[in-house]
Structure formats: C-alpha cells, structure tokens
Design a protein around this ligand. Structure first.
Ligand SMILES: Nc1ncnc2c1ncn2[C@@H]1O[C@H](COP(=O)(O)OP(=O)(O)O)[C@@H](O)[C@H]1O
Ligand SMILES: N[C@@H](CCC(=O)OP(=O)(O)O)C(=O)O
Length: 282
C-alpha cells in the first residue's frame, strides 16, 4: 500500500457521486436495486464509523423517462424537466426506503448553480449541510433539474453532476470526493474507442495534456459529460482541498477499499489553494 493511499484512511468527510448509467440496468433502463441497496448500506456504515458522508445522486431524468415509457433521451427542455420532476420523487422514495431500513435518515438537497454563486443562498446551503450533519442525516443531493436550465439566465445549470459533486465537496469542506462511474478510472484516451489507452493511477497536476486525454464522450445513453466533466470536477476538488478518486460503480465495495487505502481507481491529489474562488471554475 503506497503512503499516498494511506492518507485515505484519515478522511473525515466524504462525498460520493453516482451517475445515472450506474444506477440503472442498461438493458431495461430500470433501477438496479441491488446496487443501490449495497451503496446505501456502505454509506450508512461509513456514517456509523464516525465519518461524515454525502451522496450526490444523478438519475432523476433517467428514472422519469422510464416511468413515462420514454425510450429515447428527450431533447425538448420541458420534457426533460418533467421527467426530472417525476423521476426525482421516485428516486428519493427508493432512497428513503432503503436508508430507513438501516435506521438512517436521508435528506433531499436540490441545488442550482445560482444558489452557489449567490453568497447569501450559498451560506444558507452551507448551514443546511452543517445542520444535517449534526442531526446524523445523510444528504442526497442532485441538481434542481426542473428549474435549472442554461436557457434561463437567472437559474444557470451545472449541467452535469460531476461538477456539482465537486462543488458540494467544496462548500461542505469535504476531504475526499469519490466519483462512481461506468469505467474503472481515467485512461490516456477513451478506452471504448482507443484499445491502446493506458490506465492512469495517480494525477499530481491537471495540465493541458491531461485535459486533452479526457474526452467528453459518454459511455452510455444516460450519462452526461464523459471524462471531461470529471476532470473539471477534479480541478474544483483539488483547489478546495479534497482528493478525488474515480472508480467503477460495478463494484460499490470499491468505496470501502478506497477508504482502507487500497490502490483502486484513479486518484487526483489535492492542492488546496486558499485563494481559490469557486466562481472561477463553475
Ligand atoms: N480518457 C478517458 N478515460 C476513461 N473514460 C473516458 C475517457 N474519455 C472519455 N471517456 C468516457 O467517459 C465515460 C464516463 O463518463 P459518463 O458516461 O458521463 O459516465 P457516468 O454516468 O458514470 O458519469 C466512459 O465510459 C468513457 O467512455
Ligand atoms: N441531474 C441529472 C443528471 C445529470 C448528470 O450529470 O448525469 P450523470 O452523467 O449520469 O451523472 C439527473 O438527475 O437526471
């Protein structure tokens, strides 16, 4: 076990993000309940061990699409937003049920970019997260997709939950962000299109050559942002003082391995920057 990975054992506040593709069965588009159940059990156990944990869960639009029998990804904004409204409620119902089976409280927090950019509403959000932590609840965060859109200037969108999860790590002062994806971690190129792509275990510095390697291509019909948005998230996390690990959601036990210091996924090392202004990277 490397000394860099040893420091994972000391992490106190962990943000875990799961993407839409990882929550669903790819052949049916329905929720993978076994995976969600395992994820929740692990999160509650981390909380029980005395650490703080926050879940950022995508899936509102995908679950809503499935509920109304919409096979293709909607292009129309109002359809997307209606799907999100239906899907977010259904998703929370599932989370509530499973969290309560482990005697734990799930708390829904829906954010928009505007909330984070406005100092007063951002302070409110920070206070809420702090209070939830004191109460022993586990926040389940998503973007407020029914109202945030790039087309409405007053309510700008994060667009993908990788960036959102890094923003959550930043405003909650988390020391670790784990992105559960449909891939083992970052490669030198998208391995779905380039068989010669090599796995990257550690990233010390996010430079231009690394940014070029992370393509915006998504591995599924429900994912958003590809590796490019995960690198954008890593930049926010690193500046905020949080290490970030990308790992495969096929095995949610990877979370436990990462916290035990095992060499799993791609680790982006943090470089806390006290002059960092979140506004510049979102
Ligand atoms: N350099 C790269 N390394 C690994 N994956 C990459 C890279 N560039 C693009 N990708 C793509 O990014 C996808 C993961 O992003 P995305 O589909 O948005 O997943 P998620 O829903 O898990 O966030 C991978 O399945 C892969 O096809
Ligand atoms: N907020 C949207 C998901 C946006 C997103 O980034 O999705 P993903 O690439 O699956 O993490 C939803 O809940 O449907």
């Amino acid at each position: 076990m490397s000394s860099i990975r040893e420091r994972m054992k000391e992490k106190k506040r962990i943000v875990v993000k799961i993407g839409s593709s990882s929550l669903m069965h790819d052949n049916t588009g329905k929720l993978n309940l076994l995976k969600i159940e395992k994820l929740v059990r692990i999160l509650v156990d981390i909380k029980n061990s005395g650490k703080d944990v926050i879940l950022v869960s995508s899936g509102a639009i995908a679950v809503g699409r499935n509920a109304i029998g919409l096979h293709d990804r909607p292009d129309d904004l109002s359809v997307k937003q209606a799907c999100a409204a239906i899907g977010q409620a259904k998703l929370m119902m599932v989370y509530q049920k499973i969290f309560s089976e482990y005697n734990s409280l799930a708390a829904q927090v829906l954010l928009t970019k505007t909330i984070v950019l406005n100092p007063v509403s951002r302070q409110n959000a920070e206070n809420t997260f702090r209070e939830l932590s004191k109460l022993g609840a586990i926040p389940v965060v998503n973007e407020n997709d029914t109202i945030s859109t790039s087309e409405i200037e007053q309510v700008q969108t994060f667009g993908d939950n990788d960036r959102l999860s890094a923003v959550v790590a930043s405003i909650t002062d988390a020391d670790l962000l784990i992105l559960l994806s449909d891939i083992d971690g970052m490669y030198t190129d998208d391995p779905r299109t380039n068989p010669d792509a090599r796995f990257i275990h550690y990233v010390e510095t996010i430079d231009d050559s690394l940014i070029q390697m992370g393509k915006a291509t998504s591995g599924s019909s429900v994912g958003t942002g590809g590796m490019a948005s995960k690198i954008a998230a890593a930049m926010i996390a690193a500046n905020s003082g949080a290490d970030m690990v990308i790992t495969n959601a096929n095995n949610v036990e990877n979370i436990v391995g990462i916290l035990n210091g095992e060499d799993i996924g791609t680790l982006f090392l943090n470089h806390r920057n006290k002059d960092f202004d979140l506004k510049e990277l979102i």
